[in-house]
Ligand binder design. Structure first.
Ligand SMILES: Nc1ncnc2c1ncn2[C@@H]1O[C@H](COP(=O)(O)OP(=O)(O)OP(=O)(O)O)[C@@H](O)[C@H]1O
Length: 499
């Protein structure tokens, strides 16, 4: 790849991150001078004004008709950051960890306590100071494997919130020798903000070792030319790290002992990052320990992982499956948006709903609906892709705390966000993919419950055209679970749905 193209990709990616600088607390003095450049965590409005599917996927060509795609582009990095910001605890997972060992004959260790890992005392102190009493499910197996000598490579996949970051941070910290004043561990993150988040974990966990130093290789952190970095751990985005290792030679890649590639799935979704990461990996010594982490493991991630990590051990923790078994599903037949709103008001008038999440297809509908519900006296929170990630996290936190009773959001904006306590979900518009087909996965994720949250739930789907009825029928067939018709003009009937 030509130097120009990766440099361009870096510009794009880091411009995307720069805006959030003003929102994140930055402790590192060197980073304080960085000026926000662009508001790119905002969702983009597609320039293409051609015919698009309507709210439920039907194609409309009239320019006066609301365009479904005035909406957000799915931004994996933003979603990942959002989940990190709103999460304060481990995600529970009762599935077994699957391990594929490079050498099946070597015994497989798993630990039930951090003491068993024989960490440096300051590190153990750091772990406990973070409130970690015992290793998480994935940490139980990953940590002994990562810390075993001779060092082994690892590819690990488990859903967000299961303790991957803490695991590799611990692996890096335990292998650093503070007496050697040069970078020994290198960690790649897909965006500026994610790098900062992981950096914070490194700082927290390593804070009892005053000698230990961390440097951020992110755009805006300008070092003097000709300088060599003395910090032990470098965390950064691929473009800047590549610059620092090759063009600017701030880092000697040959001295790196541990290389971590975090959020591999987000990484490959960002243009240019894959090539940059591979170029960095090629500069590292053969005996450098390579660790790759990902929340998902589709084919593309797997191919990338194999390129990055030779002779890997592989650890996977399956996501807890959601089912529709404990959910009562209904649909309401309407003719247009106003009728859907009326149906919603009727439902609210008939039953007590503690907290509900309402999903719309477009930002415009979501804003309209939130305003209408407020007029009706509801305490409404609105979430859309125009908000900065931190603002979105604040909205979700307030909703979680029960400060608002209704959360109105767009489909794309809330994908992958878990608000477990919500038992009523209203699909004001049905979830469809970009081609206008039923998005079964999103439907399941949104209204389904895992074993742990097995309490009963209620889902109401608003149908406003033949097309959306067809989408609903296909969703019903896909899950082979009946979605009952609900007449929202009949109060008695509505009341029955809570029984
Ligand atoms: N052993 C532990 N005990 C208690 N809490 C933990 C433990 N390990 C991690 N946590 C906490 O659980 C949350 C999720 O952990 P972490 O960020 O490491 O998960 P992750 O799998 O890296 O998630 P993501 O894929 O979003 O990066 C964090 O708040 C973290 O502080």
């Amino acid at each position: 790849m030509a130097t120009d193209s990766w440099a361009l990709a870096v510009d794009e990616q880091e411009a995307a991150a720069a805006e959030s600088l003003s929102h994140l607390e930055i402790k590192d003095e060197k980073l304080k001078d960085v000026k926000p450049k662009a508001e790119t965590l905002k969702a983009e409005t597609p320039k293409d004004e051609k015919s698009k599917p309507d709210v439920n996927g039907a194609v409309k060509t009239d320019n006066n008709v609301e365009k479904a795609e005035d909406d957000e582009k799915e931004d994996k990095a933003a979603q990942s950051l959002l989940n990190k910001l709103i999460r304060s605890n481990l995600v529970n997972n009762t599935n077994q960890v699957e391990v594929l060992q490079r050498d099946p004959n070597s015994p497989l260790y798993s630990v039930k306590s951090f003491e068993e890992l024989r960490l440096k005392p300051q590190l153990l102190q750091g772990v406990y100071s973070m409130g970690f009493n015992r290793p998480s499910k994935i940490q139980e197996t990953a940590l002994p494997l990562m810390l075993a000598a001779p060092y082994q490579n690892l590819i690990a996949q488990s859903q967000s919130g299961t303790g991957k970051t803490a695991a590799f941070v611990l692996a890096m910290l335990s292998q650093v020798d503070p007496a050697n004043r040069y970078p020994q561990c290198l960690c790649l993150s897909p965006t500026y903000e994610l790098a900062l988040q992981t950096g914070k974990v490194i700082e927290q966990m390593g804070k009892f070792d005053p000698e230990l130093k961390l440097e951020y290789a992110v755009r805006g952190n300008k070092l003097e030319r000709g300088q060599k970095i003395s910090e032990h751990i470098v965390i950064g985005t691929p473009g800047t790290v590549l610059d620092w290792c090759s063009k600017l030679k701030f880092i000697d890649p040959k001295k790196i002992k541990v290389f971590v590639l975090d959020e591999a799935d987000v990484m490959i979704a960002t243009q240019g990052h894959q090539d940059q990461s591979i170029r960095i990996q090629r500069m590292l010594p053969r005996d450098c320990q390579m660790l790759l982490f990902s929340a998902t493991f589709e084919d593309s991630v797997w191919k990338f992982a194999q390129k990055m990590v030779p002779d890997p051990n592989i650890i996977k923790l399956k996501r807890e499956e959601e089912t529709l078994d404990t959910i009562k599903q209904y649909y309401v037949l309407c003719n247009n948006r106003d009728e859907k709103f009326q149906a919603l008001c009727n439902i609210y008038g008939a039953i007590t709903i503690a907290q509900a999440m309402i999903f719309c297809h477009t930002k415009k509908t979501a804003s309209w609906l939130a305003a209408e519900l407020s007029k009706e006296g509801h305490q409404v929170a609105l979430l859309n892709g125009d908000m900065m990630v931190e603002q979105r996290a604040a909205v979700i936190e307030r909703f979680r705390a029960g400060k608002e009773k209704v959360l109105v959001t767009t489909n794309v904006c809330a994908r992958g966000i878990d608000v477990e306590q919500v038992s009523v979900v209203i699909n004001f518009d049905l979830p469809v993919d970009k081609d206008g087909n039923p998005d079964n996965e999103t439907y399941l994720h949104r209204i389904g419950r895992t074993g742990r949250f097995g309490k009963r739930g209620l889902a109401v789907n608003m149908v406003d055209s033949k097309h959306s009825l067809n989408i609903l029928t296909r969703i019903q067939e896909h899950f082979n679970k009946k979605i009952e018709k609900l007449d929202t003009d009949d109060l008695d009937e509505i009341e029955k749905i809570t029984n």
